[in-house]
Structure formats: structure tokens, C-alpha cells
Design a binder for this molecule. Structure first.
Ligand code: HEM
Ligand SMILES: *[C@@H]1O[C@H](CO)[C@@H](O)[C@H](O)[C@H]1NC(C)=O
Ligand SMILES: *[C@@H]1O[C@H](CO)[C@@H](O)[C@H](O)[C@H]1NC(C)=O
Ligand SMILES: *[C@@H]1O[C@H](CO)[C@@H](O)[C@H](O)[C@H]1NC(C)=O
Ligand SMILES: *[C@@H]1O[C@H](CO)[C@@H](O)[C@H](O)[C@H]1NC(C)=O
Length: 506
């Protein structure tokens, strides 16, 4: 009895002491403390500021109230301190000027289901991946993406039309956009029809279709394959099969391209990657395993981020009729009468206003709201000394909604990205970073900008995007004022977004 009291007593003293001691080297950096750890799930009182991905109201309040004065905010959770950087000059320093001092933190290991890859490595190991992958993402290879995007949205529209009822055509925007971007990434990354819009059965020796295997792998699979130990997989039998099947499919696709180097007649990313790799000398080329791991990253990185962008764009267009009308005039002029096979990157380039609208969506609703880095050594950030191995986040969301850099930041205004406008030339450098900045900038930025612009252009060409009449949630005050709640997947998308698509008279 006495001993257990003693133990409890000692713990009550030791735990706070430990937390205080861990916080010590950061005490000079302005910040806040929360009780619970940085969990991926939201627990109201426990992780008040950070947890569950979304910006919490409490965190938002800190920024609104002027608490964050020089763009550096510390949040300490259970003794662990992280810094959130929201000043463009400091972001420039970290992502560009002294990028070598700020590598990726160990949290990226969870993406190593099939081994190290382009996003989870540092320094020379990363360079090897990037050198092989860069040519595959060159703009002159993107004509294929333009055509395939247009074809996929046509398939999606045809399927959506089947759910038309007496109330018109109302879609669940996020789910629909997820399906479109998955179909595109299958075709453009693998040259493989996943059958999203034309379901198929698994073919021997497969136990599952590639589509189902991927869907499971990209959700539960990341947890089971990337976080839990190998032996724990048996408790998730479906996910275990999905992980094995995904690998099997990826290996088959790679083997086919290796066997038919240069004469597959295919234009997909994987073919480009395999031939780019074949041109490397042995020391700088990637192994089959590394190729598998990279291709998986293209899927994870390219699928949901693009779907989220599209969902937000549908939402903003629904609320901003004048933007929609202006876009319609443009897409009608550029796209009318063109066959899908006639579309090229040049067609995309002509969609100048639509491109600005995509960019403005990425400003107001960045799918990746914070870019994680860490300090390699003791160093200074701004005027603060920061110990080595501290996690640092480039706070994309906060910079991009700051009135100081983005006047009238709450307004959806594509014009601010028009190179002809005076505002465009006043944009502060490094205040726009939805794809991160510097050498570790997203390799797929052009890819997703093209994909998003083409998809939204065809939706707007065919339909007027309206708020569904009689839908209580969609007509609620918060939704109409632009404060729709968000839903946390890998990224934050608008929760329960439904839009009515009203056929335009040609
Ligand atoms: C709207 C869509 C997208 C957004 C917002 C986005 C955002 C980002 C961000 C913020 C990073 C930096 C991550 C970090 O430093 O931790 C990144 C990296 C990356 N993204 Fe994207 N991305 C998008 C689409 C894509 C697409 C379509 C692909 C491929 C098909 C892709 C592939 C990658 C890869 C491979 C990296 C790692 C690059 C490197 O470290 O060298 N992304 N992306
Ligand atoms: C990158 O380098 C840092 C510092 O050497 C290391 O702690 C970290 O784990 C590395 N990140 C990954 C994802 O390997
Ligand atoms: C889209 O699909 C419909 C129905 O299958 C087809 O009739 C139409 O021609 C397609 N659109 C274009 C521009 O090819
Ligand atoms: C949209 O989602 C709701 C609720 O999940 C569902 O009942 C409805 O059938 C879905 N509508 C369409 C067109 O998929
Ligand atoms: C998945 O693959 C591993 C190793 O390749 C194997 O041990 C395991 O039994 C497989 N699981 C299933 C469900 O096929």
C-alpha cells in the first residue's frame, strides 16, 4: 500500500518534471502547451491546438488574435515541441536558402511499405530517385494526361447522369471526384484501366481487382503496412491480401515494360520511368523494388490531393456564380467542337482564367496544409535558437490566408493570379506554396494543375454548378458563408459536399 502510494507520488512529480525539462530548450520561443500528444485523431480537450489534421478553432484563434507575431509558433504537446513557420522570408530560408539543413523527419518512414522512395529519403538517396523521375514528369509528356483526363470526366459524367432523378442531378462531390482522379492515375501512371467506371472481376492468379486492392491499400493499408509490425498483418486479412495484390500488380506492370523497353507504345508514367531508369548507369539506377515504391508514392500523392482540389473548386464555383460564368465563356471558346484526341497541353495553356481559378483554389484550400521538415543541427530560425532534431512545419494554410500577403484573403478571386493584373506583381515571394518550394517541391505540380483544369473545364462546359435546392445542410448559413466543415482523410476535403449539376443548353 505504502509502496504504491510512493510510486504514484514519485510519478506525479517525475512526469511533470520530465515534461518541463523537455520544454526547456524551447521556452524562449513564443508558443502554447497542450495536454495530449500530436495524435492523428481529434480529442477535444486533450489536443486543443494540434491533432486530427484540421486547423483547430483554438489554433485559428491564436493567429487571428495576433499572438503569432513574427511567423514562428511553438506548440508543445506532452513535452514535445514543434514549430510552425508562417513568415514567407523564413519559409524561403528553410525551403530554399538553407534547404540542406532541414531534411524530412522520420514520420515519412510510414510511407516505406515497399521500401525507401522519392518522398521518404534525404540527400543523395533522394537525388537518385528524383533524377530518374524528373524526365517522366516533363511537360512535353503531358499531352497524354490532357486526353485521358477529358476521357475520364466523360465517363464520370455518363455515370453521374444515371443517378438523375425528378429533382435533377445531385452528386456527392468528393466521392465522385475521388473516383475520377483514381481512374486517371490508373491510366496515366500505369497505362492500366482500373475499371472504376466499368467494373471488372479479378483475373487469375489475382484474388482481388487492382482497383479494390488499391483502395484498401491507400486507406487502411498505409496503417497496416507502414505502421504496424509485420506479424500484426494477420489480424487484418483483407488488408493483407490487398497489400500483397497491389505489389503483385505493380511488379507485373513493371516487368511488362522492362520486357518491352521502347516498344510498348505506351505513354504512361511507369513506361517513362522505366525507360528513364534504363538510361542510367548501374550505380545511379533504381532497383525494381525502388521503382515499385516510387510508383506507389505517385498513387498516394497524386490521387487524393487532386480530388480534394476539385471538391473545393466545385464548392467555390457553387458560391461564386460570377467566376463560373467567366469560366464558362472561356471553356466554351477553347473546347467547343474539339475531339478528345485533338486536345494537347496547348489547349490547356489557352484556359488562362480556368488556370487562375485552379491556383486560387490551391491558395484558399491547400490540400497539404503543412509541410514537415526537421532541424539537422542546432540552428537559428528568425531570431530564435532551435535545437537539432526539432520538427518544423511550413504552415502553408496560415501563410496563404494571411491578409498581409493576400488582401481580401477570404474572397475567392482568380484574378489575383492573372499575370496581366497589378495584384499579381505584388504577390510576396514564398507566400504561395501548396506544392512546397525548393528542391523538394512536388514533382507532380504541373501534372495536377493540368488534370484539375481539364476536369473542371469539362464540368463547367456541360453544367451549371448550383446549390441543391431543399438540401438543409448545403443551404445552412455556415455552408453559404464559406465555412463548410471539413472531413479528414489524408487531406482535408469539404464534408458532405453535394452540388446540383444543371445541364447547360448548348
Ligand atoms: C493538388 C495536388 C497536389 C498537391 C497539393 C501536392 C502537394 C505536395 C507537397 C506539399 C509536397 C512536398 C511534400 C514534403 O515535402 O513533405 C509534394 C511532394 C511530392 N508530390 Fe505532390 N502534390 C499534388 C499532386 C501530386 C501528383 C499528381 C503527383 C504524382 C503523380 C505528386 C507526387 C509527388 C511526389 C513524388 C513528391 C515528392 C517529391 C520529392 O520529394 O522529390 N504530387 N506534393
Ligand atoms: C532524414 O535525415 C534526418 C537527419 O539525418 C534523419 O533524422 C531522418 O530520419 C531522415 N528522414 C528519413 C525519412 O529518412
Ligand atoms: C462523351 O460521352 C458521350 C456518351 O457516351 C458521347 O456521346 C460523347 O460524344 C462524348 N463526348 C465527346 C466530346 O466525345
Ligand atoms: C450520396 O451520399 C448519400 C449518403 O451517403 C447516399 O445516400 C446517396 O445515395 C449518394 N448519392 C449518390 C448520387 O451517390
Ligand atoms: C502476403 O505475402 C507474404 C509474403 O510475401 C506472405 O507471407 C503472406 O502469407 C501473404 N498474405 C496473404 C494473405 O496472401
Amino acid at each position: 500500500m505504502l509502496t504504491s502510494l510512493l510510486v504514484v507520488g514519485v510519478l506525479i512529480v517525475i512526469i511533470p518534471l520530465y515534461i518541463w525539462w523537455k520544454r526547456m530548450p524551447y521556452a524562449h520561443i513564443p508558443g502554447v502547451t497542450q495536454l495530449g500528444p500530436f495524435l492523428p485523431i481529434k480529442l477535444p480537450l486533450v489536443n486543443k491546438y494540434m491533432g486530427g489534421g484540421a486547423e483547430s478553432p483554438a489554433l485559428e484563434q491564436l493567429f487571428r488574435s495576433g499572438f503569432v507575431k513574427d511567423g514562428v509558433l511553438r506548440i508543445t504537446a506532452c513535452g514535445v515541441s514543434r514549430l510552425f513557420i508562417s513568415d514567407p522570408d523564413l519559409i524561403k530560408d528553410i525551403a530554399l536558402t538553407r534547404a540542406k539543413l532541414f531534411p524530412k523527419p522520420p514520420v515519412y518512414d510510414i510511407l516505406n511499405i515497399w521500401g525507401e522512395n522519392i518522398v521518404s529519403t534525404n540527400d543523395s538517396a533522394w537525388k537518385k530517385h528524383r533524377v530518374v523521375a524528373d524526365p517522366a514528369f516533363a511537360e512535353n509528356h503531358m499531352n497524354y494526361l490532357v486526353k485521358e483526363s477529358a476521357k475520364c470526366i466523360n465517363l464520370s459524367i455518363n455515370r453521374m447522369e444515371k443517378s438523375r432523378s425528378a429533382f435533377g442531378l445531385v452528386i456527392n462531390a468528393t466521392e465522385e471526384m475521388q473516383d475520377v482522379t483514381l481512374d486517371i492515375i490508373g491510366k496515366v501512371a500505369f497505362g492500366y484501366d482500373l475499371g472504376v467506371f466499368a467494373p471488372k472481376d479479378p483475373v487469375q492468379p489475382h484474388k482481388m481487382t487492382f482497383e479494390n486492392a488499391l483502395k484498401l491499400t491507400m486507406t487502411l493499408g498505409i496503417l497496416v503496412g507502414g505502421v504496424l509490425p509485420k506479424w500484426a498483418r494477420r489480424f487484418f486479412p483483407q488488408t493483407d491480401i490487398a497489400l500483397n495484390e497491389t505489389e503483385l500488380y505493380m511488379r507485373e506492370l513493371i516487368k511488362y515494360r522492362m520486357d518491352n523497353l521502347y516498344d510498348t507504345g505506351k505513354h504512361d508514367l511507369l513506361s517513362l520511368l522505366v525507360s528513364s531508369n534504363a538510361e542510367q548507369i548501374k550505380e545511379t539506377s533504381l532497383t525494381d523494388q525502388e521503382l515499385v515504391s516510387d510508383v506507389f508514392i505517385f498513387l498516394v500523392a497524386g490521387h487524393e490531393t487532386s480530388a480534394t482540389t476539385l471538391s473545393w473548386m466545385l464548392y467555390e464555383l457553387m458560391l461564386n456564380k460570377h467566376v463560373q460564368d467567366k469560366m464558362y465563356e472561356e471553356v466554351k471558346t477553347v473546347l467547343s467542337g474539339l475531339k478528345f484526341d485533338e486536345l494537347t497541353v496547348d489547349t490547356y495553356e489557352k484556359l488562362t482564367y480556368t488556370k487562375c481559378a485552379v491556383t486560387e483554389t490551391l491558395r484558399k484550400h491547400p490540400p497539404v496544409s503543412g509541410v514537415p521538415k526537421m532541424t539537422r543541427t542546432d540552428t537559428t530560425i528568425g531570431k530564435y535558437l532551435v535545437p537539432k532534431n526539432t520538427e518544423i512545419y511550413l504552415d502553408v494554410a496560415q501563410v496563404q490566408k494571411n491578409e498581409k500577403y493576400w488582401p481580401d484573403a477570404k474572397t475567392f478571386k482568380p484574378e489575383r493570379f492573372d499575370p496581366e493584373s497589378s495584384e499579381y506583381h505584388k504577390v510576396k515571394s514564398c507566400s504561395f506554396l501548396p506544392f512546397s518550394l525548393g528542391q523538394r517541391k512536388c514533382i507532380g505540380s504541373k501534372f495536377s494543375e493540368i488534370e484539375t483544369a481539364i476536369l473542371i473545364a469539362y464540368i463547367v462546359l456541360n453544367y451549371e454548378i448550383n446549390n441543391p435546392k431543399g438540401d438543409v445542410y448545403m443551404n445552412s448559413k455556415e455552408v453559404l458563408q464559406g465555412d463548410i466543415r471539413t472531413e479528414s482523410r489524408i487531406t482535408q476535403s469539404p464534408l458532405g459536399l453535394r452540388v446540383e449539376l444543371k445541364k447547360r443548353q448548348a
